[in-house]
Design a protein around this ligand. Sequence first.
Ligand SMILES: Cc1cc2nc3c(=O)[nH]c(=O)nc-3n(C[C@H](O)[C@H](O)[C@H](O)COP(=O)(O)OP(=O)(O)OC[C@H]3O[C@@H](n4cnc5c(N)ncnc54)[C@H](O)[C@@H]3O)c2cc1C
Length: 465
Amino acid sequence: MHLVMIGGSDAGISAALRARELDSGADVTVVVADAYPNFSICGIPYYVSGEVTHWRNLAHRTIADLEAAGMGLRLDTTARRIDVAGRKLLITSPSGAEEVLGYDKLIVGTGAVPVQPPIGGLAGPEALGAADGVHLLHSMGDTFAVMRTLETAAPASAVIVGGGYIGLEMADALTVRGLAVTQMEQLPEVLPTVDPQLGAHVHAELAAHGVEVLTGTTVQAITRGAAGQTGRLEVQATGADGTAVTRAADMVLVVVGVRPDTALAAEAGATLGFKGAIAVDEQMRTNLPDVFAAGDCVVTHHRLLGQTYLPLGTTAHKQGRVAGENALGGNRLFAGSLGTQVVKIFDQAAARTGLRDHEAKPAGLDPVTVGSEADDHKAYYPGSHRIAMRVTGDRTTGQLLGLQLFGHKHAEIAKRIDIAATAIFHHMTVEAVSDLDLSYTPPLGSPWEAVQMGAQAWVRATQQY
Ligand SMILES: Cc1cc2nc3c(=O)[nH]c(=O)nc-3n(C[C@H](O)[C@H](O)[C@H](O)COP(=O)(O)OP(=O)(O)OC[C@H]3O[C@@H](n4cnc5c(N)ncnc54)[C@H](O)[C@@H]3O)c2cc1C
């Protein structure tokens, strides 16, 4: 049995590891377009900030570890065409030579590519790029380009286009490096994946660390700065009230989301689904015989919504593992995502799982969201922090639909969101969250865990409807 994975990131490597775990005799080849298999691109901001001191430390596993696990790595090798009928893959080797690789089962894990928004200066023959200090950020190659700009041009200022989680992490990272950062977000609040009430806390944390945050601001163009101007670039935008906003900067980072990288699979006849991602069933099978797909290139099965597109590393790992098992003849199902995520912004963290009101309503649910606050541990013990919570439940059934949290980075925000993720996963009601037997000692918690207090606030508020 020869398995071939296209892509050497979370999905492709998880698939390869699982296949080798189940069958140490399986012949597994991973085709990777670059030389950085199994790198934690989620850790890029912490390498840029200097907290991770060497890019090699971002490797989940080294090349030697992967080879010891029994997979063959074809690095700097690009998959060009899938011959589904012949079960063959046309690849280009590092020398540029074309080669044909036969397979019994193929797993496509080509991931996502950064969205390039229609901003003047980013496209066309005169397009600005990394050499000018204008960057997109997704791969290790992009990271090296950012580091080159930081090390050779010694920028004093940066504009970050986009206030999603990667934009926020990079605002943190570049500020830590000593740059003056302006963050531009076209929506009314940063971190639009949480309700604006929590986004406003994130906004305040950025501002408290000196980041200039311009919300409701749409970037129109990036140009080279005029001679004598501070900053070698100029960013032109339209503010919330329609006025022109201009900022000079030494570097610009455009981080406005990703889109699934599907060209290879689509050309081979793969059906595309939600947001143009490769359609797969819960076993991660595409419509093509013997071809599976996983990770940021595929649609996401969501436990509450059915199908959506939610590109996340945690999900890519799970889907890859399912694809690897099923490619060997297994029958595993991807259990579905809840979009559980967390982001650190300077000294604070924001997290969410499940649905917000506007996401639940179109799914025929009857959502109510109730905001509340609680301490992370008993306030009499030093170092306690308030946690802001937004609990979303279904008014009709009482089912827990979602939770959003904001609080200090040491207030266990990530693990607290996981309480709700586990509860939603198992279809618990909001009220039943209060019944969970959770741990307590004053320096670390309260007799009623903060998430349980949030659940009780929801029950109190909805009983009055
Ligand atoms: C800065 C940053 C921070 C992030 N932080 C988080 C986080 O905190 N938590 C979280 O859950 N997620 C995070 N993510 C998202 C997470 O990294 C992705 O969801 C995850 O990497 C997706 O894995 P993947 O294997 O599907 O695809 P990708 O990581 O996109 O990898 C695709 C792979 O396919 C290869 N490839 C593509 N085309 C070809 C081809 N034709 N031939 C050969 N190889 C090919 C690429 O070289 C690469 O190896 C972050 C992403 C970024 C960029």
